[in-house]
Design a protein around this ligand. Sequence first.
Ligand code: ZN
Length: 245
Amino acid sequence: MKIYSTLILGFFFSMNAYSFTLQGNSSNLKGWARGEVTFYVNTSNCPGSVDVVGLVKESLEVWNNTPTSSLKVKYGGSTTSTSSSSPPIVYCETNFNAITGADENSVPGAASVNTTGGQINSGFLVLNASGGQSNIANLSRKNLLIVMTHEIGHVLGLGHSQTANAVMYYTYSFKTELNLAQDDIDGISYLYPSDEFSDNEFAGCGHVQSVPPPTPGQMLLLILCLIMPLAVYFKTKKRFYLTHL
Ligand SMILES: [Zn+2]
């Protein structure tokens, strides 16, 4: 029986364990300040056949739709920068191996961030535009979207996940659909938790402001609700005196 108990507990613990990691395996990474990140794109060295801006926009929306996270990402426009920036940039690199140290025949993209006190203060996403086999022009649109979403995840502060269906898994070979796995959601929600009550102790009361003013009918009902108890009170009081006279 003891063996069974240990096995069952071990199973549940393994089911609940997180697989996501943070960039640089840092334990105190806090992500970008305020959880709002705008990406700019430099398409000057990108293959003409690849709609990099469209890929960026579509991939950003994947990260935007996480109810448990306050993260807000958006496309900001074009840039001429090719270095780590704030806000972060996306660009295509013809000397991909020289810049990233990665194999041009197997790695289509890479990303990097710089931090101060755990807070990300600059970053970039570089796409393979070299003569290697993994030049982004050689990838399908579906795989390009997965790669872009994965690299954006790195710029946002996530490392690699050990879960094969996660977009943050080290390879896109096992990913068939463009979506976040629960482990990706756990990771991004850890870095950018939903801010319902965290930033401002009165944040939750903000909902009251969106309630429309009462209609005349509602006002009448409100007045009746105030008058009725008083009427009942005075009537009861009168009866009380009558009874005891
Ligand atoms: Zn990666």
